[in-house]
Design a protein. Structure first.
Length: 578
């Protein structure tokens, strides 16, 4: 039987069985937000020694914290909240998890159905709250002696079996909600005996073994590759270290030029002289068009570069083969000719390449040598003593320790890292929220990843992303695993000055740039975080090194002149080969 007082009433009995079943399925980490309606779930968790409990004040931050946990472990965290707007605050993280197929479990408490729509306090319609952005849902009735407990567990096991995205368990509870208060009618002894048997059962009630990835006949793909003299490998976001290792080996075997999106975590591993450093610079795009690849092997999805989809693929005659296990189209340019729904490592293992490919060595060397010259010109034009986004990215990549975890915020931050090289080979795992590229929840995601992986994270975000997630500074300060948070403060949302809307001053400033006029030293002090500030490249290198020496989380604020940064960007974009 579940331990007393968890058998005091049906709410507690069901909650103890639900929590225990989740734990038996390997979902041991729960992100708990306070509330009264979810008191039965919290009571069960408080007495469940096998569960790891994380207290979360803010549900939006909790959602992203659980997202970071899932990115680190591959297993979903369980979000636990009360009724009303509480589960609605998970919505941004749910959308991100859905788009990137990150596992997530929402365990929400709800009012009884008769109170929904009755103007009862803290009550909304919670079934189908997340709409199409939820992979599956289980809407449980109020606990009843007529509802078989075996059905309760079987449905939970089915719902959470290998979730490629978020799932929602909604639990309606009537009073009483706390231990020590029995139901008006005693729980039948037979039901208690069944609950005891199920609670003490080893392992889940129903198991769903993980299926092996299936790869079909790849002879046609091997023939396409064998007949390609000018090929191109494009690597987007991958699904694990197995994929990275397999693609690294395949890319080196093929000998084709390679573009590594920063989120692939391969940018610091594939030799620089084999890489195309950017798919965004106008001259790099011209050189790739001139190279005219016959076949493009694209691994993963969601490249940072919009010009790959908007400028390269639409004008290319290449056969595009995409290898990506994620569901959906995953093809903004609508140019993929063959889509292989399998992990990259399974594809690499199943691809039987025979003999040497007929490489056009002259075209390959012309492309790579021209790109090398272009990058050298850009390096020479990059101011050494003035901060800019590319200088910040380059300095951090020069100093970041090997095997470090690097979280990159969206907007200008990830674009800057996507267009610079690692100064020397480095094995860095890159984390990002690129499903829908939101700027909220970045700090919480970094903390969730650090806690779950037990590896320090360097997180680089913009000032607007920072302001979006201020509540998560509490998580940062409390994290047992350090997060070095680098905030680039350029006084607002400056990416819009690089977009066509820049030509409409009455719109862009202040409605788009949203200037705030703040620095963040006092915020660091409020949360008792070590604080560092940098205004030059040398100060950035020194401050980052000092922050890395700490055994705790820290905040490093980089003060960046938006005018100087925009000038540097414009000058770099104008560079052309002789």
């Amino acid at each position: 039987m579940p331990p007393r007082p968890l058998a005091d009433n049906l709410n507690l009995l069901w909650s103890s069985l639900i929590v225990a079943e989740l734990v038996k399925n390997g979902l041991e980490t729960f992100f708990i937000s306070p509330g009264n309606r979810n008191a039965p779930l919290i009571s069960a968790l408080a007495r469940e020694d096998r569960a790891v409990k994380k207290i979360c004040i803010d549900e939006r931050a909790a959602g992203y914290r659980a997202l970071g946990h899932a990115k680190a472990t591959g297993r979903p965290g369980v979000l636990v909240c009360t009724s009303g707007t509480a589960p609605a605050n998970y919505y941004p993280a749910v959308i991100e998890a859905f788009r990137d197929e990150i596992p997530l479990v929402i365990l929400s408490a709800d009012r009884p159905p008769d109170l929904v729509g009755s103007d009862a306090n803290q009550t909304i319609v919670q079934p189908d709250l997340y709409g199409r952005y939820c992979r599956d849902s289980l809407f449980l009735p109020c606990p009843s002696i007529a509802y078989p407990l075996e059905a309760l567990l079987a449905k939970i096991d089915f719902l959470i079996a290998h979730p490629a995205g978020p799932v929602h368990i909604n639990c309606a509870f009537r009073d009483p909600l706390v231990p020590g208060i029995p139901d008006p009618q005693p729980i039948p002894g037979e039901l208690l005996a069944t609950a005891e048997r199920l609670y003490n059962r080893k392992g889940p009630y129903t198991t769903y073994p993980v299926p092996e990835p299936m790869v079909g006949d790849l002879d046609d793909i091997a023939a396409q590759i064998a007949g390609t003299s000018r090929g191109l490998v494009v690597i987007g976001r991958l699904d694990g270290p197995q994929d990275a290792e397999a693609i690294e080996g395949l890319a080196m075997t093929l000998g084709w030029p390679v573009f590594c999106d920063i989120a692939s975590s391969l940018k610091g591993i594939i030799p620089a002289d084999r890489q195309i450093f950017s798919l965004d610079h106008p001259e790099a795009i011209r050189l790739i068009r001139q190279y005219a690849p016959e076949t493009i092997l694209q691994f993963g999805s969601g490249l940072v570069s919009k010009h790959y989809y908007a400028s390269l693929l639409p004008q290319s005659g290449a056969t595009v083969i995409q290898i990506c296990p994620r569901s959906g189209l995953r093809d903004p340019a609508h140019r993929v000719n063959t889509r292989i729904l399998t992990p990259a490592h399974a594809f690499a293992d199943g691809l039987n390449l025979q003999g040497n490919n007929p490489l056009d060595a002259v075209a390959r060397l012309r492309l790579l040598n021209s790109l090398e010259t272009l990058y050298s010109l850009m390096e020479a034009a990059l101011p050494e003593k003035t901060l800019s986004f590319p200088r910040i990215a380059r300095n951090i990549l020069a100093e970041i320790p090997d095997e470090e975890k690097l979280f990159l915020g969206n907007s200008l931050v990830i674009r800057a890292f996507d267009t610079v090289r690692f100064p020397f080979p480095r094995k860095i795992s890159v984390i990002s929220n690129r499903g829908v590229s939101g700027i909220e929840g970045n700090i919480a995601t970094s903390v969730g990843f650090a806690e779950a992986s037990r590896r320090r994270v360097t997180a680089v975000v913009g000032d607007i992303s920072f302001l979006h997630d201020l509540n998560s500074l509490l998580l940062l300060a409390q994290s047992a695993t350090p997060v070095i948070l680098i905030v680039i403060n350029n006084g607002g949302g400056r990416i819009f000055e690089r977009l066509p809307i820049r030509d409409f001053p009455e719109i862009i400033d202040p409605y788009m740039t949203t200037p705030h006029g703040m620095t963040f030293e006092r915020l660091a002090a409020q949360f008792d975080l070590p604080y560092f500030q940098a205004g030059t490249p040398a100060e950035l290198t020194r401050a980052y090194g000092q922050a890395l020496q700490r055994e705790r989380s820290a905040l490093l604020e980089v003060i960046l002149s938006p005018e100087e940064d925009l000038r540097t960007f414009t000058n770099l974009q104008k560079i052309r080969l002789p």
